[in-house]
Design a protein around this ligand. Sequence first.
Ligand SMILES: [Zn+2]
Length: 270
Amino acid sequence: MPEFLGPLPLAEQVAAKILVRQAATIGERVFVAYGSHSVTYREANARANRVANALRALGVKLVGIWCTHHHPDHVGGVEGIVDALGAMPVLGSAYDAREKRIPRQTDAVGEQTTGLTWAGEPVRVLEIPGHTLGAIAYVLGGAVFSGDTLFLAGCGRVFEGTMPQMRASLAKLRALPESTRVYPGHEYTVKNLEFAAQGEPESAAVKARLDDARARRARGEPTVPGVMSDELATNPFLRWQAPTVQQRIGLTEPDAIFAHLRLAKDRGSL
Ligand SMILES: [Zn+2]
């Protein structure tokens, strides 16, 4: 059975801040790399050499880079990696291909894409605009790589799309099987759960998950991956139908609830 490694194997092994915050297929494994929060293309490409060296040392061949969206902290290292290791498929959305904003992108993928496989299994691409207009997610092997759209217990900021667009994208992700493992683009889980606790202070599920996330982080462990069933129970940005959420903010219309929560999160409190 294919295996996902992550989220920090390479970062730990090379002690490098890794730049390509997306799934990269390596043989039959997917490495999910997470790095510093803000990084310029120049910094990321400099670090790419360290990643390339680590891959060589591990004896693995990088066979492709799958990008969820164009932000520099997600694709900043692509150029450097391709330069160091040679040409390989670099996947991203059709929107980002048109905008030419993913360096070295070779393939445009979307919901119409067929024939994309990983370890012999079909891969589904979901178009999830909102954080950016070119955002996509990859669904494979019982997992979703959700970029900056769905975080554990949270969601990304709405930069390019509209609030209803973002909510529709989250609805699409929310509809995946409850057993789906969730690999987001950032480790923001503790902060997100602190916000969730403001929205649902009586929720035992939120409290338990917050305790667990804090304990993991204190041990230096990631909270990623999560599982969709926990997201359904504790992520306020997926819970517009929950009576507790509706009562807390005094709204019932889904898009209004989502926008209210997202704006409150941007401000830092509900
Ligand atoms: Zn982003």
